[in-house]
Design a protein. Structure first.
Length: 183
């Protein structure tokens, strides 16, 4: 199921792509040859594991050790940004989204695959109660992050938001305001 979501989200990505929280590189296989991906992760051990997947990818992939809330790139560098199942672990999501927006070109796409807080009140309440324990056992993962709201609050223009698994998983296609390069 996650593979299908990744294929739908990542296959159309083209140009210079910033992938935030690349982890072990599970998404690399889904990029097309039209993508040049700069994949960041703060964990050197994750990047070492991701290195094994670089050679098998169609896309050109470069690995960089960096934090999402302090990106080592110039303004307006990337054609698209991607976050797959990583926003939940980013300590300061508003700062990370601001940094992504800074390094994306005007009109650039933001593609996300994330689990989020349920909209159904009882399920959301349960996530709120479980999150403190879950963070300790799951590498800082927050079950109850309201990622769609965070993306909108960061100044991105929301395009499509598709929900699955009762609203627990979302794919988000948003963009940085402004005309795309070449438009």
């Amino acid at each position: 199921m996650v593979g299908r979501w990744r294929r739908i989200l990542l296959r159309p990505a083209a140009g210079r792509i910033l992938e935030i929280g690349a982890g072990t590189g599970l998404g690399f296989a889904y990029y097309s040859a039209q993508a040049t991906v700069v994949a960041i992760d703060p964990s050197l051990s994750m990047l070492q594991r991701a290195r094994e997947r670089v050679a098998a990818a169609e896309a050109t992939i470069m690995l960089v050790a960096a934090d999402a809330d302090s990106l080592p790139f110039r303004d307006d560098t990337f054609d698209e940004s991607v976050v797959e199942l990583a926003m939940c672990t980013i300590e300061h999501p508003a700062g990370a989204l601001a940094e992504m927006r800074r390094v994306m070109r005007p009109g650039a796409a933001l593609r996300m695959l994330e689990h989020v807080r349920f909209e159904q009140p009882l399920a959301g309440w349960l996530q709120d109660r479980l999150t403190p324990v879950w963070r300790r056992v799951a590498g800082g993962c927050r079950l109850n992050r309201r990622t769609v709201n965070l993306v909108a609050a960061a100044g991105f223009t929301l395009g499509t938001v598709d929900r699955a698994l009762g609203g627990y998983v979302v794919t988000i296609l948003a963009s940085k305001p402004g005309p795309r390069r070449g438009d």
